[in-house]
Design a protein around this ligand. Structure first.
Ligand SMILES: *Cc1c(COP(=O)(O)O)cnc(C)c1O
Length: 400
């Protein structure tokens, strides 16, 4: 029995089967490369769903984490600590906003945004208590908590987890008319991914995000952009909303904010929105802890230089050019995405997304399938052009 098979058998026996991982057991990683327990090297073209935008073991982030580990790691918010103010100030500045509410995971940040919008709706907009509505898009992915799956349209994510949290209205993604009809005087927010990641890297029609911005401003509704996966450099901009020159009222951030080191998420908005909270009304034991702040502060500093956004733009143009050549060649029916992020639809007869992912794994490239026939490419932004080209060679080979 191989080390790999042993490890997988014992994981299967003792963990709940909430995932169906590829049969690779990672032991170490650096940059865009991971090494398994048997010494085989794999190119990581998933990057932890964008949690690893800066690559594995990024020097600056590991150093920031290590020096903070030696000083203080957790205080709880019962006390101040000396990394908190800098983190909030710098992240707010990166977003062009006034206030930050730090949490840990993405789903918690989405929950926090939902609570923010409802409280804002009752206390600022004047919606009658208990009547707040939030409009969301079909095929969304915003996390896994009971409230968040209440407004999912994915049966696996939602079925048998009811009773569901009320107060959400679902409209087709990319449809401004439907959105306009769904917004009423009790609507407090529109919650959207500027590019739908889990749905298969779906980029909305041009003009959609700016239309949402206009509509929400006119109707006194918060525009909350879930940039957990699309944000922080992935698409070639700090935020995917920037591609349409849009500034939402609320940014929801996670994944790459923790630099692939620790879970860090946040809701970022102006004072007229996040100012609704008073002590005791929301919180998290680990949210905004010193270790998280030290790492995220370094992430923000790295993003302030613009170099990662630039890399994502340049390598992304190259990636989309190469992928575009595959469309119509028989094996690929469509490619979508922006920057270093792509959804590739595999033609029927050329294998499911899972099968293509397994064949890529055999060629030492790791990707993740989604929705049956799509594979998703999101390599770390630090990947070299040579490695990206090598990964694309492997993709061409498995589709040949
Ligand atoms: C991953 C993700 C989440 C949930 O984040 P977790 O840290 O897994 O809870 C929410 N929204 C989007 C867009 C995501 O990609």
């Amino acid at each position: 029995m191989s080390t790999t098979a042993d490890a997988i058998r014992s994981a299967d026996a003792h963990s709940a089967h909430t995932y169906h991982p590829l049969p690779v057991v990672v032991a170490s990683a650096e940059g865009a490369w991971m090494t398994d327990v048997e010494g085989r090297r794999y190119l990581d073209m998933l990057a932890g769903y964008s949690a690893l935008n800066f690559g594995h073991g990024n020097r600056r982030l590991i150093d920031a984490a290590r020096s903070q580990l030696e000083r203080v790691t957790l205080t709880s918010r019962a006390f101040h600590h000396d990394r908190f103010a800098d983190f909030c100030t710098e992240l707010a500045a990166l977003c062009g906003k006034e206030m930050v509410l730090p949490m840990n995971t993405g789903a918690e940040a989405v929950e926090t945004a939902v609570k923010t919008a409802r409280k804002w709706g009752y206390e600022v907009k004047g919606v009658p208590d208990g009547h707040a509505k939030i409009v969301v898009a079909a095929d969304n992915f915003h996390g896994r908590t009971t409230t968040v799956v209440s407004f999912s349209t994915d049966h696996d994510a939602r079925d048998h987890f009811g009773p569901y949290t009320p107060g959400f209205e679902i409209v087709p993604y990319g449809d401004l008319t439907a959105l306009s009809h769904a917004v009423t005087e009790n609507t407090v927010a529109v919650l959207l991914e500027p590019i739908q990641g889990e749905a298969g890297v779906l980029v909305p029609p041009a003009g959609y995000l700016s239309g949402v911005r206009e509509l929400t401003r006119e109707r006194n509704v918060l525009f909350m952009a879930d940039e957990i996966q699309s944000g922080l450099g992935r698409t070639g901009k700090t935020f995917a909303c920037e591609h349409e020159g849009v500034v939402p009222d609320v940014y929801i951030l996670g994944k790459a904010l923790g630099g692939g080191v620790v879970p860090v998420s946040a809701v970022v908005a102006d004072r007229d929105v996040l100012g609704v909270f008073r002590p005791g009304q929301h919180g998290s034991t680990f949210g905004g802890n010193p270790l998280a702040c030290a790492v995220a502060l370094e992430v923000v500093a790295m993003l302030r230089s613009g170099e990662f956004q630039q890399r994502a733009t340049e390598l992304g143009d190259h990636l989309h050019h190469e992928l575009g050549l595959l469309v119509g060649g028989g094996a690929v029916t469509a490619v979508r995405g922006r920057g270093l992020w792509a959804g590739v639809d595999i033609a029927p007869g050329h294998g499911t997304g899972r099968e293509v992912s397994e064949r890529l794994m055999d060629r030492r490239v790791l990707v993740k399938d989604t929705h049956g026939s799509t594979i998703r490419l999101a390599p770390p932004l630090v990947i070299s052009k040579e490695d990206l080209d090598w990964g694309l060679d492997q993709l061409r080979a498995v589709l040949a």
